[in-house]
Structures are given as C-alpha cells and as structure tokens.
Write a protein that binds this ligand. Sequence first.
Ligand SMILES: Nc1ncnc2c1ncn2[C@@H]1O[C@H](COP(=O)(O)OP(=O)(O)OP(=O)(O)O)[C@@H](O)[C@H]1O
Ligand SMILES: [Mg+2]
Length: 368
Amino acid sequence: MAATRSSDDGIDSGRDNAGAREESLRMVSSAPMGDEPVSDEELRPHALDGFIGQPRLKAQLQLFLDAARKRDVPPDHILLAGPPGLGKTTLAMIVANELGVPIRVTSGPAILHAGDLASILSSLDTGEVLFIDEIHRLPRAAEELLYIAMEDFRVDVMVGKGPGASSIPLTLPRFTVVGATTREGMLPAPLRARFGFTAHLDFYPHDELERLVERSAGVLGITLGPGAAAELALRSRGTPRIANRLLRRVRDWAIVHDLGVIGQKDVHDALALYQIDSEGLDRLDIAVLKAIVTSFQGGPVGLNNLAAMVGEEAETVETVCEPYLVREGFLVRTPKGRVATRRAWTHLGLDPDMDPADGAERDVSKLF
Ligand SMILES: Nc1ncnc2c1ncn2[C@@H]1O[C@H](COP(=O)(O)OP(=O)(O)OP(=O)(O)O)[C@@H](O)[C@H]1O
Ligand SMILES: [Mg+2]
C-alpha cells in the first residue's frame, strides 16, 4: 500500500513540476508567479465578510464557526478543497481570525518525517489553528500520526533510537486542523473522514470576479472606469489569483500611460499586449485550438501529434492548457483524440461547417 502510494506520488509530483514550470511563465496560470506570494497577502480579506463570492460555502462556514464560538470549544477540523488560486489559504487565515486564535502554518511537502509533525503538534496551544497546505502530500507515517492526533488529541513521541527506543504518549490540547488540497482525490479515506467540515471551492462566476476586482482595485488605490472590472473578470478564468494578477498588469499600463482612471478599452489594450483574449485564452491555448482546427480539420487528434504541432511537451498541453479549454467547452477529449468544439471554431472566427483548408463543407456529424 505504502509502495503504491509513493509511486503514485512520484508520478504525480513529476507532472506537477513540469506543469508548474510551464505554468509559471503564463500570465493566466493559476499558480502564484514571481513575488505574488507576498503581494497576495495585501489583497487577502481578513474576515469572512470581505471574502467575495462562494455564498453557500460562506454561509456554511459562518454557521460552523458561530456554533463553535457559542459552545466555547475549538471547531471540528476543516478541509478546504479546490483548484489553485481560489482562496483556500485565504479562508484558512480567515478561520483563525474569526475565532481570534493564532494560526500555525505548515505544508505536506515541508514535513519530511513523522517526527517533524509530532514536534509541531506537541507545541500547539489550546484552540490554535494548524494550517496544513497541500495536505495530500504528507508522508505516510505523518499521516497516520495525524489521524490519531486529530481524533484523540494525542501523539506518541519517540524517545531514543534503535532497540532501546520507546514511545511516550503525550496528550495534546484541543486544536483545529485546517487542511488545504488541490487534489482531494489523493487524500486517503481515513484522513478525509476526520474532517468535520469539507468546503469545496468552485471557480467564480463573472459577477463575483467583477466584485473581487473592484475590491482589489480599492485596496491597491486603482480607479477603474465603467466596464473595466467586468472586462478583467471576463479574462480571469474564474480564478481570483488571475484576476488580481491581470489587475496589477493593467495598473502597470496605467502608470506608464499616465492614466488616472482605467477604462474598459485600457484593460482591453493592456491585455492584448499580453496576448490574453476576451475569453482569458492566451497564446498557447489559441495555438492548440488553431492546430486542431487548421491542421487536423477539427480533430480528433492524438495528444502527441497536437503537442508536436504547437512545439510543446505533451504533458504541458495536457496539464496546462486542456483543463480550462475542456471546462469552457472549447475542446472535448474523445477516445479517438482531442476534438475542437463549434465554440472553438467560432471563437477563432471560423465557420465550423467549412473546412478551413479548402473552403469545402465538412461532415461534422462523426466527430463527437
Ligand atoms: N473570495 C475571495 N475574495 C477576495 N480575494 C480572494 C478570494 N479568493 C482568493 N482571493 C485572493 O486571491 C489570491 C489567491 O488566493 P489564495 O492564496 O487563498 O489561493 P489558494 O486556493 O490558497 O491557492 P493555492 O492552491 O495555489 O495555494 C489571494 O491574493 C487572495 O486574497
Ligand atoms: Mg494556498
């Protein structure tokens, strides 16, 4: 079991890293870029009230925290699951703030041995929040230690080494684990079962992102004209981190062009310079769609052929471009390969019923 898990982890972290390298070059990447981990901080809301969107999740979390406060006990453990950049870390900080307790921050990859986790756990104060980011990457032994700590508030501390080593049970004060994961499916069931509340973060609709952009503009002292926030929201792929990044790039544009107020057209022009189009697609997304449509008559085309056409690694196309293209209905994955949808054709300004190579009518009935 342990062997299977670690080999899965190996494959997965390889994919993540390759994806992450490529992602870090993209303006529309949902992973943090450059100094963003620092600048993310200034835009983080500190209270649940300031957290934009996700109304159901907010209401559930509010109730959950209010009940704990009324009972005057630390709340049950909380799991935050969802894609990068949607607000998991932000919510973890908010939970601690709302409860008025300190927060200890660690992450799955930072814990190399069970002992690392044991020493964090044994130094926690009553009621403290322990935030474990990327909790699906905890080593197996640490995971097992965490089960017991979360359920029984107890940790076995190993004293000594070799045959003389013994374990001393240590009772922990009641605390709250807030775990965050971008891959809920990789969490073993026993660990998942120890969370009393799981929040699934979804991509944000345009109107929520528009409010988020307006809020961030206020924090950064940027004045947006009519339609500017909506224009940014449209291109942000449902992701607050991308919305905030695009806003900062538009601010650069405004500074260089001496603009007091940023209008809708300024957003349009600034983002055109970065090759981000009206649907939030960037150069690589468009290259992928164009290759399917113009070189393969709309598909189906195998991943490797497609990647070769756009001069990228297959893995990059699969992990970096495709998820958003599939989610937005530009591309479908079929057993025979990737197929561009009608939406992709029209987005490229082409007629899906015409073959772009010779203008002849195509038979699209067999494609899907
Ligand atoms: N609902 C929201 N309202 C306001 N700002 C938000 C919201 N969600 C996210 N943000 C902002 O977006 C940025 C990224 O959010 P955050 O760091 O919480 O994402 P994450 O889910 O933890 O991502 P990762 O999986 O990469 O760790 C932060 O600057 C944060 O302030
Ligand atoms: Mg985070």
